[in-house]
Every structure is written in structure tokens, then in C-alpha cells.
Design a protein around this ligand. Structure first.
Ligand code: ZN
Length: 271
């Protein structure tokens, strides 16, 4: 499943292809992905000039000069293919720019989405309305965590996965950040001292930046928008490493399963 670093990598790959270009055509090859495409999407996007490609949480945002934003989510298996040789069964949306570049939104499992929202209404609409700060943004820091987690008895891991507290973090990077910060995943969030929350915020940024630098990491094959198929098995510290030695202390890494999600942690380093 593409996580925030993968989406960031994809957005950075799409930007030079789309920014400043007009959308010469947009072909919807089926009526929906996870939900129906907006009925006026094609008409509103065709001929529009792309002014920016950016990311919010795990959503990619394509702003046009008509005051609209195309919002895509890659779901479980989505990717963009750049200049595909031929359009395949799972290429559900095909965009062609006025420079003759083609982008195909490929999504075999169809858990992804593509919507069109007025840019000025974006922050208040759908999933964005209740979303917390970007983990890589300036407003996400120890002070924010202290305020957001105050009095909360739920585990720090559960609350880091809560999109209202911080946007776009998934299981892998939460496990990694908690290990880097030396905080046990099950610790009651409201009982963590401020200096440790400062460390946690820095750890979140650090693991995300490292993954973005590595080109995004993923559990499955997915195409980067430069058309290259990549399998990014990142150098995770604890994720997927049950029984291996902790990079901090050498103790065996433990895995705990809850609600279908695995938590990987070091019982010695993380308190
Ligand atoms: Zn350890």
C-alpha cells in the first residue's frame, strides 16, 4: 500500500510532466474506482492548465487554472504510469498533456479514487476537513503532540495513526518512528513527557525524510511515475524484522498483532 513517502515520490515525479501544461484530454475508461468519478470531471479538466502538483497526507493534488483540484488517492494498489507503451486493463484514467505526454492511473484492486474539488473548498471538504497537520510541516512538533495527546489514555501508536492528530502516517512509519524515539508503542499517549514528545516529532520527520530520499518504500511492486518498476524494500529498523537484532541494542525485535495490524518493536530500547 503506498504510504506518504511513496505518494510524495509520485507527486515529485508527476510535477515536471504536468506543471505548466494543459490537459489535452482525460479519458475515464470506467465510471468509477472506489466511488464514481464526478460526472463533470472530464469537462472541467479538459483544456485546463496545471498550475501545481502537491500532496496532502496520502492524497495527490493537481491544481488547475480553473480553480479546480484533481484529488487522487492510490488506495491499496494504485500507481501512475508515465508514457505507457499500451493502455492496459487496469489503466482506468488516461491523461494526455499538450506536450504529448501520457499518464495512466493504474489500479488493479480499485481501492483508489479520483475526484475534482474547487481548490478554495479543498481544506474544508471530505477527508481534509478534520485532518491534522502534515508530519513534515512546521506545525507538527513536540508542542503540537503535547497538546493533541494531553489526557489521552489510548496508546501512542493508535493516536499517531489517527489522521486528526497527524495526517498521512501509516503503520510502517509509526513503528519506525517509535523505535527511533525509544517509545513503547503501547504507552498511554497522555503520559509521555514533553522531551520525549519532542524526540518523537523529530523521529517521525526523520523516518519520512529518509524514505522519501530512498524513493519511497513499499511492500509491493509499484511503478514510479517515470515508468520504472521499483521494489523499495527500505532499510527499516524494526518493521518486518521479527526475531532479528534491534539496530539499537541487539535484542530480538518483537511483533505484536492487533486488529490485523502488526506492531514491530524492541522491548529493551522502547519504554
Ligand atoms: Zn533495542
Amino acid at each position: 500500500m503506498p504510504e506518504l513517502p511513496e505518494v510524495e515520490t509520485i507527486v515529485r515525479g508527476l510535477a515536471p510532466v504536468l506543471e505548466g501544461r494543459r490537459i489535452a484530454s482525460i479519458e475515464l475508461r470506467r465510471p468509477d474506482l472506489r466511488r464514481p468519478f464526478p460526472p463533470d470531471l472530464r469537462q472541467r479538466a479538459t483544456g485546463a492548465r496545471v498550475i501545481a502538483v502537491r500532496r496532502r497526507a496520502k492524497y495527490g493534488l493537481i491544481d488547475t487554472d480553473r480553480g479546480d483540484t484533481l484529488v487522487f488517492h492510490l488506495g491499496m494498489s494504485g500507481s501512475w504510469r508515465l508514457d505507457p507503451g499500451e493502455i492496459g486493463l487496469h489503466d482506468h484514467v488516461v491523461i494526455e498533456t499538450d506536450a504529448g505526454r501520457r499518464l495512466a492511473l493504474n489500479d488493479p484492486r480499485r481501492f483508489g479514487s479520483l475526484d475534482l474539488v474547487e481548490t478554495v473548498r479543498l481544506e474544508a471538504s471530505g477527508p481534509f476537513a478534520s485532518m491534522g497537520p502534515e508530519p513534515l510541516g512546521e506545525s507538527f512538533d513536540g508542542a503540537w503532540l503535547a497538546q493533541a495527546l494531553a489526557g489521552r489514555t489510548a496508546s501512542v501508536k493508535a493516536l499517531l495513526l489517527d489522521q486528526r492528530i497527524v495526517a498521512g502516517l501509516g503503520n510502517i512509519y509509526v513503528c519506525e518512528a517509535l523505535h527511533l524515539a525509544g517509545i513503547a508503542p503501547g504507552r498511554a499517549a497522555g503520559h509521555i513527557a514533553r522531551p520525549r514528545l519532542d524526540r518523537l516529532a523529530l523521529a517521525v520527520k526523520s523516518v519520512l525524510r529518509a524514505a522519501i530520499a530512498a524513493g519511497g518504500s513499499s511492500l509491493r511492486n509499484y511503478a514510479r511515475p517515470d515508468g520504472e518498476l521499483g521494489y523499495f524494500s527500505a532499510e527499516w529498523r524494526v518493521y518486518g524484522r521479527e526475531g532479528e537484532s534491534c539496530p539499537g541494542c541487539g535484542a530480538p525485535i518483537r511483533r505484536r498483532s492487533e486488529g490485523g495490524r502488526s506492531t514491530f518493536h524492541c522491548p529493551r530500547c522502547q519504554r
